[in-house]
Design a protein around this ligand. Structure first.
Ligand code: FES
Length: 153
């Protein structure tokens, strides 16, 4: 996934582009995360000012939703599906293995900055569960051994 490096100027541009929609806070935050890969804490006062909200309000939303990341993601993002179909076909074991294998909990990034581990709740390929997504590419029928192959590739 290609993202733009965070800067106040680029952040201000993204905020302004999305501030005009109805109920703009979540769209603005999603746009920031889409553009930069995370919501930089320095964006919080910029968003608050543009949307006439308190910093506490914006910060509260950023930290409430687990989808928002406040630190840059790793070079690669691996997301394990935690949806029902995947859970019923080895997904729980896969989730535990993924965290142990990479040495981070969901939402974390390996110390070398190489991989961020995320969880998602259905990738739309339940028939091929359990599934993972690597940098936006969905992969089905991923057991523990296949996960290691994918991570090592
Ligand atoms: S529940 Fe995992 S792909 Fe649907």
């Amino acid at each position: 996934m290609t993202t733009t490096e965070w800067s106040v100027e680029a952040g201000t541009r993204v905020i302004a582009e999305h501030a005009g929609v109805r109920g703009p806070l979540l769209p603005v935050l999603h746009a920031l995360q889409e553009e930069f890969g995370y919501v930089d804490p320095a964006a919080v006062p910029l968003v608050a000012k543009e949307l006439n909200l308190s910093r506490a309000d914006v910060h509260g939303v950023v930290t409430f939703y687990k989808d928002f990341r406040t630190t840059p993601p790793g070079a690669r993002t691996v997301a394990v599906c935690r949806g029902e179909a995947c859970q019923s076909r080895g997904g729980h074991e896969l989730a535990e293995h993924a965290q142990a294998r990479l040495g981070v909990r969901f939402g974390g990034t390996t110390p070398d900055g190489g991989t961020t581990l995320d969880q998602v709740f259905c990738l739309g390929m339940c028939a091929l569960s359990p599934a993972v997504m690597v940098d936006g590419r969905a992969i089905g029928r991923v057991d523990v051994a296949r996960f290691d192959e994918v991570v090592d590739a």
